[in-house]
Design a protein around this ligand. Sequence first.
Ligand code: PEP
Ligand code: MN
Length: 462
Amino acid sequence: MAPNGVESSADWSPTSWRSKPIKQVVTYDSPNAASAALAKLSSLPPIVTPTEIAKLKASLRDAALGKSFLLQGGDCAELFSYCSDDPIDSKIKLLLQMSLVLIWGSNKPVIRIGRMAGQFAKPRSSPTEMVNGKEVPSFRGDILNGFDPEARTPDPERLVSAYFHSATTLNYVRGQLASGIADLHNPLDWELGHVRDDELREKYNKIVTSISDSLRFMRTIGADTAGQLQTVDLYTSHEGLVLEYEQSLTRRLRHPVGYPSSSSSTDGKGWYNTSAHFLWIGDRTRQIDGAHVEYFRGIENPIGIKVGPSMKNDELVKLLDIVNPTKEIGKVTLITRYGQDKVEAMLGPHIEAVKGSGHTVVWQCDPMHGNTRSTPTGIKTRSFSSIFSELSSALKIHKQHGSFLGGMHLELTGDAVTECTGGSEGLEDEDLSLNYTTYCDPRLNEKQALELAFLVAGHYRE
Ligand code: PEP
Ligand code: MN
């Protein structure tokens, strides 16, 4: 043990989590089939590289210092069937548009991370659920079991399938970005016709005009000499829940040139999780002595920690000391998700505790997970107004504490779903059944997501 009571990284390995108590454990009927799947995964090439991971970490350092803003979004549960051109294209375009609005509002570069190309595992509060009056094992995400009630037994083949669906999704994202899907020389379709309130539509239109004018001006004066307007960076992320999978894709690789020398390695290498650029620990698996925290403390990637209302101040500081003993700036993003009623009481003390600890983190607000409600007929939903309320409270509270919001974390889709109520279309509880397609939590549709970006941007401009 190191003097501060935190175990030094010398006793860490990609398998050391196996000796710790684990939540959300997975048991396979055939351990041999599971070993074979993991052996296959270990032989496959990295999906992402240290150079990309280090680049994201450097950008997150800027977000932690208030010089850029982090936009992270995507499905709650990504399905293998979303690995198809239309849903991927619409997600890329939505994240791009939202980021432009946020850049306009905050006057800061925006870092884009998709909850995609690997967001296949879901923590569940109960091991079973009722489907058509029958108790069946809960759906745990495509990486473990199937949504069909007949397919709820964990199948190790799905681990390998998750790899290929991640790789295929990211391959398509890379191809589309390289081919100009995010080329700002092309006009963007903002589709604001749904905004019923004239005043609001006028306001959003003004923002769009201002963004379009700025882009035209830059093109006209030839400000694009390095081709910055032709494409953007889009990173991938998922909850690091299934540790067997994460372990198999954790590789000892050479640090890129210029990697910060705070890294203690003597061989110029580190342990990179090559399944995604950014991984986070869920609110259900962040126990100080647990397997997930143990795994996360050893990887080089920038990581997130979900911070819910049960997080104690000293627990938060202990967690930071464990996963980031060198206090590397931007290494950790704290993803706060208290709920609109609890954010006032919880966020301030957490900000002060972290300040007192000497850690500099990215403070990111997830206004989704603390604001889930059930309609009288039992449909899981979230109100747009509660989501925006938690976000605005977070913006305000950070300001009051001399801190700043470094980003937002959203569940969204580029499709016209009806899963959250409210927003400019005025969706009501009764409208939810029109196109409710999520396999886990309710997501903002493309119009609601864009509107949230407009509102946050407006907040900065006030
Ligand atoms: C999620 O992000 O989908 C999730 C399960 O969140 P949390 O861990 O915050 O509950
Ligand atoms: Mn969710």
